[in-house]
Design a protein around this ligand. Structure first.
Ligand code: NDP
Length: 253
């Protein structure tokens, strides 16, 4: 039997990058996966097609996070999709992966950009967890994607790193709240990981980024997806409130 057979999962930001890798891995393990996106509908449909091509099950859900009504829209779509396919709105696994980066020098940060970073990266995951409490079953799993930048200084990412610090606090405190229901919640912190960003097409840039990892390469979405799959599995039932370093040793210094 597959590890996640008869389980349902929501992966936010699964149209591309790390989220797509997570969605594919959870589906490979047997879960029915809701592939969330904001505007990248074609990409999200590509994720679903890739999953179905491997014999898995998935459907898309759309909602631009960081805007009024975002979580409500997300769950309307999610619950409709789950009900159609399973007859219920029960959710076993929630992965808060959608996020936006900063890439702004400290003196150039604006209050608008700062608020947008917090709205998408920190506020949305909080209210997604809050809303998911009615859907999550006993033994449920929540995984929040943080970043190695909460422990590795980069002045162009101060506000972004602050949002991920907030995500780690969300994990810690919700862990205590959710444990009586047998639900675990953990943070996974990737280091530099290949996504669709054009910088990964520049060999010199990739070579430079690879040096940050103790293994001398950049991370791949599967490197992160495998960690998330473990946390989503029964084998991780005794792990909650944890910060999991998935930076390929970048934080070793
Ligand atoms: P990508 O930029 O490749 O993809 C981002 C995903 O999030 C897309 O699916 C996108 O949807 C979605 N998204 C972006 N903004 C919004 C929004 N406002 N509302 C809803 N969905 C949105 O991201 P990565 O794969 O690189 O990163 C995934 C996670 O990992 C993020 O939380 C990021 O902070 C974290 N991370 C990434 C690292 C890396 O090196 N790649 C390193 C450390 C952490 P759409 O396609 O519709 O735009």
């Amino acid at each position: 039997m597959d590890a996640l057979e008869n389980k349902t999962a929501l992966v936010t930001g699964a149209s591309r990058g790390i989220g797509r890798g997570i969605a594919q891995r959870l589906a490979r393990d047997g879960a029915l996966v809701a592939v969330h996106y904001a505007t990248g509908r074609d990409d999200a449909e590509e994720t679903v097609a890739a999953i179905e091509g491997e014999g898995g099950r998935a459907f898309t859900v759309a909602a631009r996070l960081g805007e009024p009504g975002d979580v409500h829209r997300l769950f309307l779509d999610l619950e409709r999709g789950l009900k159609e396919r399973t007859g219920s709105t029960e959710l076993n696994i929630l992965v808060n992966n959608a996020g936006v980066m900063g890439g702004v020098a400290p003196e150039d940060m604006t209050t608008e950009r700062f608020d947008e970073l917090f709205a998408v990266n920190a506020r949305a995951p909080y209210f997604i967890v809050q809303r998911a409490l009615t859907n999550l079953v006993a033994g449920g799993r929540i995984v929040n994607i943080s970043s190695g930048l909460t422990r590795f200084a980069n002045p162009d990412e101060i506000a972004y790193a602050m949002t991920k610090g907030a995500v780690e606090q969300l994990t810690l405190h919700f862990a205590k709240y959710l444990a009586p229901r047998g639900i675990t919640i953990n943070s996974v912190a990737p280091g530099i990981t290949r996504n669709g960003n054009p910088v990964f097409d520049v060999p010199e840039a990739v070579e430079q980024m690879a040096q940050l990892s103790a293994f001398g390469r950049v991370g791949e979405p599967q490197d992160i997806a495998d960690v998330v799959a473990f946390l989503a599995s029964d084998g991780a039932r005794w792990v909650t409130g944890a910060f999991i370093d998935a930076t390929g040793g970048t934080l070793l210094g």
